[in-house]
Design a protein around this ligand. Sequence first.
Ligand SMILES: Nc1ncnc2c1ncn2[C@@H]1O[C@H](COP(=O)(O)OP(=O)(O)OP(=O)(O)O)[C@@H](O)[C@H]1O
Ligand SMILES: [Mg+2]
Length: 262
Amino acid sequence: MTTAVTIPRHGGTGGRTAVAARARQVLKAYGTGETRVVALDHVDVDIARGQFTAIMGPSGSGKSTLMHCLAGLDTVTSGEIFLDETEITKLKDKKLTQLRRDRIGFIFQAFNLLPTLNAIENITLPMDIAGRRPDAAWLQQVVETVGLAERLKHRPTQLSGGQQQRVAVARALAARPEIIFGDEPTGNLDSRAGAEVLSFLRKSVDELGQTIVMVTHDPVAASYADRVLYLADGSIVDEMYNPTADQVLDRMKHFDARGRTS
Ligand SMILES: Nc1ncnc2c1ncn2[C@@H]1O[C@H](COP(=O)(O)OP(=O)(O)OP(=O)(O)O)[C@@H](O)[C@H]1O
Ligand SMILES: [Mg+2]
């Protein structure tokens, strides 16, 4: 079944905007004087709700920095970041921590599962910590979509890499975040396990209405996305919709070592 489901968000007004997150003139500089590095150079970007967006670009181009700033994991030097209507660049620490916990999901390269907990305990852990009761029907839907129904009592060491990462993806989805960010979520997986996880991310967008932003180096991974953003030297220099792996690879060949179009 591929019917798109409209998901009522917890505490939501039901009237969310079509843009899940946006950056306005975001400048991020590290260090001062001679060691100053501009990681993001006045970036403007809109992340569409219910879409799968990939961020690509050469090493050091600012991909992780952009993702961290959008996700409220890092501060900006100047500019504004919004999650839906909330300006997160205005929030104080405590409110920001709360917002990350309640409205954002994360999937990292290292799965970050707790070894002493089984799969389902790992999936519900963030909600347990927040004192929130998981919605049983939703949890079941997530577990079935992720294809882990038979493995819920297994601990991480009893699961393959792909299965562990799918647990991490289910954990991110279980709390119904408005947006999920992944920094090379398939970077540690072989191509088959990577494909498993990417198909699942794709499915969560198509069938659960999830919004996903993923940093990747891999043209095949990027081809699962609806849109690819290309970063170079801290700026968005190009974008592509409904990419194929060949098109992405071809586009990458046209960037020189610093990422500028040659
Ligand atoms: N904490 C930091 N202090 C100083 N400079 C930093 C810091 N973090 C990142 N940078 C610099 O900012 C720039 C962008 O880094 P970023 O990690 O966003 O790149 P990236 O595109 O994710 O690269 P990669 O593909 O290698 O992960 C780089 O030049 C990097 O050296
Ligand atoms: Mg990075």
